[in-house]
Design a protein around this ligand. Structure first.
Ligand code: PGD
Length: 666
């Protein structure tokens, strides 16, 4: 198989050039730093002459394009706003747009040693810190944290934020001195806000105007942290909730004060708000990609379907190259991408699709060549994430299953056939790489590799926690300006406005949703029983299924209107496709809203009405549209749908069994 693949890589490079190889290979892969599948693949493809790559992430790909224009540096807001201990010591009111969903905080890329967020959430409750939960789902905050629930209509947080902002200004509660010294663009937004009072906001977001005004007054009276989850930017016009949340915090004048201001992603990932040391852990060098072409990551189907087409991105006009070979290791696009029927068509276009996978995921099933990869328990590695307390020695627990090999070994075998084995492996086995990377990384205080490995890990020394950027800016904005054109927080941006994008104007704005003929609002959020689609066939995830299908949460009133009872198999559909799911009824969801987590392995059946996923993957329903022309981010968090009780015997779920394979022609 590797001979065949080496020949195909050579052919594509010779006939079409390295640009025709798409190696973005987006995905989480699994814990462990050396065997990180994308790092291995990118090192390999760089040595092969390069590849068309991808930028940003499905997690926060909209924010990371917007924030540099607004605060100069996305990382400032994403990872260096108030730390959890600072919040629990100083904050009096947390206004949590999207909540702080505890289910998301047990992971970080590379692994995580200790789980701090649940303890910090408990501390919020112990210290009687007021929490305003703004979400259609009550489950976006653990039930143990007392909160006032504002069950906002999905996708209307911006209207609520603007209504709050209007109240602050109308009642003279905004901090003019702060706005003057640290921000630009206040006059522009103040003019825009004139028409957007609390009554207007109430009509859009469904929260009573009196409640909006009362919340604004409490925000001005207390040390207030405004937080916005990453899920809120994973929608059409996803820049707006982030920018409007920042505007709200700027009006309060508390940015740079301990426990006040703005935060983004508490509850979106385990390391946000963590005050562990900032340490670069050992990692595999990837080399340099000589090919310059790339896509914003969520444009994968457009890339494959529309070679030669142009599109906007962050003030530039880019062109899709003509992709002939797709190489994926450590990701599951048939889980993470939107409009899976369209993605299926797109995957039919390149000459060859290659996938490394430990499991028979839908992506593996759509590939021409599948190379079985090992799981972390079958290999040796280092584990540890950003701001972690330990570097963990990940010992092999079991031998590799069947013919599975490490991504590194697969790629080393290919590199040998292609004539650059020495460049790829540098003459080292995987174990020798671990020793080499560790010894190169360790300081005098850390034990040698043998002792580190025998001890099972190493406790990292304390280091700078680096939470001071906004504090330094606040202390002296002339000496410590932000990296924006003005050096200040840009409440209105001439740069963004100058791009002329109708779907992302030059200041935070309410943009009307596109009309839909489907009555219910679907939230396709992160699951609580697995990481994305990983181990969906494992016992924890399977125990949560209803009749073997992904549970869909429905308000009892919506269920009753449709004759749906708890435990029924339901069909969720719109004009892009349909899926089956198992009904779970609860009052903890706003009426008119249904929730179906991502990650059920795509199990398609072709029907006269189009594709039906019998297992419950919401990405058959989500639209493959960008958040905006600015960021081209993923907009998969929401979709409009209808639901009905499934009449008759539902088709069985088959994706949990390996596919039947025809013998390989020799
Ligand atoms: P995973 O299920 O983690 O999803 O998308 P992502 O592709 O990261 O896929 C990782 C795959 O890597 C798994 O199939 C796993 O088996 C495989 N794998 C694990 N370890 C290894 C290894 O060592 N080697 C190899 N070769 N393979 C390995 C996640 C993405 O989904 C993200 S980050 C977000 S935030 C998005 N969220 C949403 C959303 O909110 N709503 C919708 N509708 N869609 C989303 N998609 C996005």
């Amino acid at each position: 198989m590797l001979d065949l693949l080496a020949a195909e890589l050579r052919r594509v490079r010779a006939e079409h050039g390295n640009e025709a190889i798409f190696g973005g290979s987006y995905g989480w892969a699994s814990a462990g730093r050396f065997h990180h599948a994308q790092s291995q693949l990118h090192r390999f493809l760089n040595l092969f002459g390069g590849f068309t790559g991808s930028r940003n992430s499905y997690s926060n790909g909209t924010s990371v394009v917007l924030l540099p224009h607004v605060v100069g540096d996305a990382d400032t807001v994403l990872r260096k706003a108030s730390s959890w201990p600072t919040i629990t010591a100083n904050t009096e009111l947390v206004v949590a747009f999207g909540g702080i969903p505890a289910k998301n905080v047990f992971v970080t890329p590379g692994g995580i040693t200790r789980h701090g967020t649940p303890g910090h959430l408990a501390a919020l409750a112990e210290r009687n810190i007021e929490v305003a939960l703004v979400s259609p789902l009550r489950t976006d905050l653990p039930p143990t944290v007392p909160a006032t629930w504002y069950p906002v209509e999905p996708g209307t947080d911006v209207a609520l934020m603007l209504g709050l902002a209007h109240t602050l200004i109308a009642e003279g509660l905004h901090d003019l001195a702060f706005l003057d010294r640290y921000c630009v663009g206040f006059d522009t937004v103040a003019e825009y806000l004139k028409e957007r009072d609390a009554d207007w906001a109430a009509g859009v977001c469904g929260i009573p105007a009196d409640d909006i005004r009362a919340l604004a007054r409490r925000m001005a009276a207390k040390r207030t942290l405004v937080t916005v989850t990453w899920s809120l930017q994973r929608i059409r016009y996803g820049e707006q909730p982030v920018w409007a949340g920042l505007l709200l915090a700027a009006l309060l004048g508390q940015i740079g004060l301990p426990g006040g201001g703005f935060g983004h992603g508490y509850g979106s990932m385990g390391d946000v708000g963590d005050n562990g040391p900032v340490v670069r852990l050992p990692h595999l060098p990837q080399g340099t990609n000589p090919v310059r072409t790339f896509i914003p990551v969520a444009r994968i189907a457009d890339l494959l379907l529309n070679p030669g087409d142009t599109y906007d991105y962050d003030g530039k006009v880019l062109t899709y190259p003509d992709i002939r070979l797709v190489y994926w290791a450590g990701g599951n696009p048939f889980h993470h991408h939107q409009d899976l029927a369209r993605l299926r068509t797109a995957f039919g276009r390149p000459d060859t699709i290659v996938v490394h996978e430990p499991h028979w995921t839908a992506t593996a099933r759509h590939a021409d060549i599948v190379l079985p990869a090992t799981l972390p328990l079958e290999r040796e590695d280092f584990g540890g994430g950003r701001r972690d307390t330990h570097l963990i020695a990940m010992h092999r627990a079991v031998d590799p299953y069947g013919e599975a090999r490490d991504d590194h070994d697969i790629l080393a075998g290919l590199a040998r056939r292609l004539g650059f084995a020495d460049g790829f492996t540098e003459g080292r086995t995987a174990r020798e790489w671990l020793v080499h990377l560790y010894e190169k990384w360790r300081t005098a205080d850390a034990p040698g590799f043998a002792d580190f490995w025998a001890a099972g890990g190493y406790q990292l020394p304390p280091g700078p926690t680096d939470f001071t950027l906004f504090e330094r800016f606040r202390a002296d904005p002339d000496k410590n300006p932000l990296k924006t054109p003005s050096g200040r927080i840009e409440l209105a941006s001439d740069t963004v406005g100058g791009f002329g994008y109708d779907d992302c104007p030059g200041h935070p704005a309410w943009l009307e949703p596109e009309p839909s003929g489907f009555p219910l609002h679907l939230i396709a959020n992160q699951p609580s029983t697995r990481l994305h689609s990983q181990l969906d066939v494992g016992p924890v995830s399977r125990a949560s299924k209803v009749d073997g299908r992904e549970p869909v949460t429905i308000n009892p009133a919506d269920a009753a209107n449709r004759g749906i009872a708890a435990g029924d198999v339901v069909r969720i559909f719109n004009d892009r496709g349909a899926c089956l799911a198992g009904a779970v009824l609860t009052d903890a969801i706003r009426p008119g809203v249904v929730q179906l987590a991502t990650g059920a392995w795509f199990d398609p059946v072709d029907t006269p009405d189009g594709v039906l996923c019998v297992h419950g993957n919401p990405n058959v329903l989500t639209a493959d549209v960008p958040s905006s022309r600015l960021s081209q981010g993923c907009a998969g968090q929401h979709a409009r749908v209808q639901i009905e009780r499934y009449a008759g015997t539902p088709p069985p779920v088959t994706v949990t069994e390996p596919p039947t394979l025809a013998p390989l022609a020799r």
